[in-house]
Ligand binder design. Structure first.
Ligand SMILES: NC(=O)c1ccc[n+]([C@@H]2O[C@H](COP(=O)([O-])OP(=O)(O)OC[C@H]3O[C@@H](n4cnc5c(N)ncnc54)[C@H](OP(=O)(O)O)[C@@H]3O)[C@@H](O)[C@H]2O)c1
Length: 343
């Protein structure tokens, strides 16, 4: 099989490190790999498939002869370097929110809208982690019985903020258990032994940007511009894995058993739903796995056509690195690699 020249931008970060693991685990066809980060990490050594690779500073020249550039270094880096990479002939798969709502940029979850990739102009966006796991669970149900409204509350782990937040939860937990004060740096308040109903900045409509991403991105991925969606996004003191309480109103009634039957066959979904033995998805056991786990499926006691469920996934894998690598695989298998520069 042909190998591809791959670059990872943000290779030293939470998502970048997972990119390395996912590419190795899936035997992604690689001819060469460049590990890119900021000037702070230039010269640092990382391993890929037991080979030592020196991290390089990201510059406009970094993308010469690169086929696929996987970006996870934040919005500013993506906004600046992604067009340069695409212009150099690489297909960019971007984990930041920089291009997600750009009408010229496909926003893709491979279980749902691979066909959208065909229209790419060199940049393909990877959705927000909370959006990905929710749509993987809901789209199979939506195909059978159109969803009219979603109300979701998320319970998001600190790894979603990056390495600095993981360190902060570790340090604060130790400080508090030792009877010391925990001083917040990454979050506006203490995160250890606490939950914060604030993810990303507040907007004029009183929602946060993270909440609004779930609204807009879900509509774009599911091609459902009119779907009514309301989200409340909450940061919880968990290292890896996001949980979501999802309340769905369908066009007509759907029984929990029908939903279970559909989800048991759905790509990327694993049902864990037996309350008699306390079987339901949990964040700690989802960490390091690839599926979107669904459980606690029950009728919404407040609405005839409603269901409620609990959805969990590893935010760094399916919520970021894995989904992006799956997009890259679809690009290769579909013969959609060639950009010949940004159009
Ligand atoms: N964590 C998640 O669950 C998740 C999910 C979906 C999407 N994302 C998105 O993925 C991106 C990275 O997230 P993360 O959690 O991996 O963050 P992180 O752990 O803080 O890592 C950030 C990475 O970006 C690099 N970087 C920073 N400034 C740079 C620059 N000027 N030029 C080149 N590289 C630079 C850092 O390199 P240095 O080590 O050299 O500083 C590091 O490799 C963000 O856009 C985030 O929104 C994250």
């Amino acid at each position: 099989m042909k190998g591809y020249k791959v670059a990872i931008v943000g290779a030293t970060g939470m998502v970048g490190q997972e990119f390395i693991k996912v590419l190795e685990q899936r035997n992604f066809p690689i001819e060469s790999i460049r590990l890119l980060a900021s000037d702070r990490s230039a010269g640092k050594k990382l391993f890929f498939s037991h080979r030592e690779i020196v991290v390089e500073e990201t510059t406009p020249e970094s993308f010469k002869n690169v086929d696929i550039a996987l970006f996870s270094a934040g919005g500013d880096v993506s906004r600046y370097f992604s067009p340069i990479a695409a212009q150099s002939g690489a297909v960019v798969i971007d984990n930041s929110s920089a291009f997600r709502m750009d009408p010229k940029v496909p926003l893709v979850v491979p279980e749902i809208n691979t066909e959208d990739i065909k229209k790419h102009n060199g940049i393909i966006a990877n959705p927000n982690c909370s959006t990905i796991q929710m749509v993987v669970a809901l789209y199979p149900l939506h195909k059978v019985n159109h969803i009219k409204r979603i109300v979701v509350t998320t319970f998001q782990s600190v790894s979603g903020t990056g390495k600095a937040a993981v360190d902060e939860l570790t340090l604060q937990s130790k400080q508090i258990l030792n009877g010391q004060a925990a001083v917040p740096h990454v979050y506006p308040h203490q995160i250890a032994f606490n939950v914060l109903p604030e993810i990303d900045v507040f907007m004029d409509n009183a929602y946060t940007k993270e909440e609004w991403k779930m609204v807009e991105e879900t509509r774009k991925i599911m091609h459902s511009g009119n779907m009514a969606i309301s989200a409340t996004c909450v940061r919880v003191p968990v290292f890896i894995g996001h949980g979501e309480s999802v309340n769905v109103e369908f066009s007509t009634a759907m029984s929990p058993d029908d939903a279970r039957r559909i989800l048991a066959q759905a790509p990327g979904v694993k049902l864990l739903d037996d309350p008699t033995i306390s079987l339901y998805p949990q964040q700690w056991s989802a960490a390091g796995t690839d599926d979107v786990f669904v459980g606690r499926i029950r009728r919404d006691s407040s609405h005839d056509s409603g269901l409620v469920m609990w959805v969990v996934a590893d935010n760094i894998r399916k919520g970021a690195a894995l989904n992006a690598v799956q997009i890259a695989e679809v690009v290769i298998n579909g013969g959609w690699l060639h950009t010949r520069g940004l159009k």
